[in-house]
Design a protein around this ligand. Structure first.
Ligand SMILES: Cc1cc2nc3c(=O)[nH]c(=O)nc-3n(C[C@H](O)[C@H](O)[C@H](O)COP(=O)(O)OP(=O)(O)OC[C@H]3O[C@@H](n4cnc5c(N)ncnc54)[C@H](O)[C@@H]3O)c2cc1C
Length: 438
């Protein structure tokens, strides 16, 4: 067990962590990436088998590594993202220590063994790394969140969080209830329904958007037209804590399946999914529901039309020449009806509950002074509150766009530039920093 030194330790070998290391290596700096699983662990091992990205393939790009496939507008399988990340790491010569967990990060440190060290990174194998910079890229969607009501459900019912769902065959026979109508909830409901399973979906607040709108991918309009007043934030983001602390709003429900599809409650109901209200309580085999299916569906439809109106207004304001909007698909309103106040699991042969109730970031390994009262990291555009502490892949100003693959390159290059400035000022005259931007 020794104490080694790394100028920069990156915690997390996902897209953000590896990209920061890639951006640094392009500037001539070597970082040590420490990953508790394998490179791209979340894409490789923590998502269901049929998952595809729901953002265009061309966004799967890393610093100095643009998408080079032959289907830029397609949606690759989730596992392929991990494979591309692994190729990137190999090609860029990035040092990744896999299957190694960071147990704790200490700051400040006394009696550092290495000149310039500011952090002591303790690993689960007992080893220690002293570092001048620490980049925490632990992911926003790292810890599954399961509501307390789950404890009241009869033990005979199989329960799991969406993070652990893999495929229909892995579940016991019988009907499946999915709780939560965000991206994971609706996509898993679709996956199970397409496998012929009886599916119940307990709704919750969410946003939808058409996959394509007025000839372009919705994500592009959001990125190019609405970055300032991004409705992805306006209708759902709630900044928590100080600065940009991340309480995670969801992104619009979109599917990458079969070449990219729209997904919404009316679409799932038309496929035979039974919509029930939000789960508010559990007494053994009976769930107490809020009778709000219609209200939730109407709220999502309203947000979607607001989003499209904002895009139309921005297009008009700029006088952009784009095709007119296609008429929005008509849905049979009778498909969306309130279910009632209770759901009898036994009577409906529901043998499994999948909690698609989101994630919370888990940054508990960091020094307390880096976190807010909710234990969440405090940062401003990736800069932490401690000198030398940086983040990649956290929401900013309530927007979750920075968590998306498409934002990875910018996030990584921004952090790398901060580290480059620190290094330049340590080893050269301050005059040299002019060269960092001109
Ligand atoms: C189901 C799902 C589907 C998504 N689909 C899309 C999509 O289609 N398009 C899109 O743009 N975005 C999508 N996202 C959002 C986002 O792109 C992903 O969450 C992505 O994995 C985030 O990358 P990351 O590097 O920030 O975090 P992660 O991929 O979560 O990587 C963080 C890494 O840190 C490691 N780690 C954590 N703690 C420690 C520790 N103590 N020591 C060492 N290592 C540690 C973890 O093992 C993990 O590998 C999706 C998210 C989810 C949950």
């Amino acid at each position: 067990m020794g104490t080694e030194f790394a100028e920069t330790v990156v915690i997390g070998g996902g897209q953000q962590g590896c990209s920061v290391a890639g951006a640094l290596s392009r500037l001539g700096y070597q970082a040590l990436v420490i990953e508790r699983g394998e490179i791209g662990q979340a894409w490789a091992n923590e998502r269901w088998d049929s998952l595809r990205v729901n953002t265009p393939n061309r966004t799967v790009a890393f610093p100095d590594w643009p998408y080079d496939g032959d289907d830029p507008e397609g949606y690759m399988p989730a596992r392929e993202v991990a494979g591309r990340l692994r190729s990137y790491v190999a090609a860029m010569g990035i040092q990744v220590r896999e299957h190694t967990s960071v147990r704790m990060v200490e700051f400040p440190i006394d009696e550092a063994l290495h000149e310039g060290a500011r952090f002591r990174v303790r690993l689960d194998d007992g080893d220690v790394v002293e570092a001048r910079n620490v980049v925490a890229a632990l992911g926003g969607y790292s810890s599954p969140r399961v509501p307390e009501v789950a404890a009241g459900v009869d033990l005979s019912v199989t329960q799991l969080h969406a993070r652990y769902y893999r495929n229909p065959e892995s579940l016991p026979s019988g009907a499946v209830l999915i709780v939560g109508a965000g991206n994971s909830g609706q996509q898993i409901a679709d996956d199970l329904r397409d496998a012929g399973r009886d599916v119940y979906l307990a709704v919750g607040g969410h946003k939808t958007a058409p996959r394509r709108y007025r000839g372009a991918q919705i994500l592009d309009w959001l990125q190019l037209l609405l970055p300032e007043g991004n409705l992805e934030t306006a209708s759902g983001g709630q900044p928590g804590g100080r600065g940009d602390s991340p309480v995670l709003p969801g992104v619009s429900v979109l599917s990458g399946k079969d070449g990219g599809q729209d997904l919404s409650l009316p679409i799932l109901a038309a496929k035979g999914v039974t919509l029930v209200g939000s789960v508010r309580g559990a007494q053994g085999g009976v769930l107490v529901l809020e009778d709000n299916v219609r209200a939730v569906a109407q709220a999502a439809a309203h947000k979607e039309s607001e989003l499209l109106k904002a895009i139309d207004a921005a297009i008009e304001q700029r006088g952009l020449v784009v095709p007119a909007a296609d008429p929005s698909p008509e849905y049979d309103p009778s498909l969306i009806k309130d279910y009632g106040g209770t759901l009898d699991l036994v009577a409906n042969d529901i043998t499994t509950i999948i909690w698609a109730t989101g994630f919370v970031p888990d940054y508990g390994i960091l020094p307390a002074e880096a976190l807010d009262q909710d234990g969440l990291p405090v940062h401003r555009r990736g800069m932490g509150t401690l000198p030398g502490l940086y983040y990649a892949g956290l929401p900013e100003a309530g927007s979750v766009m920075p968590l998306l693959i498409a934002a990875t390159r910018n996030q990584a290059e921004r952090v790398a530039r901060h580290i480059q400035m620190d290094n330049t000022l340590r080893h050269r005259s301050p005059m040299a920093i002019g060269g960092l931007w001109t």
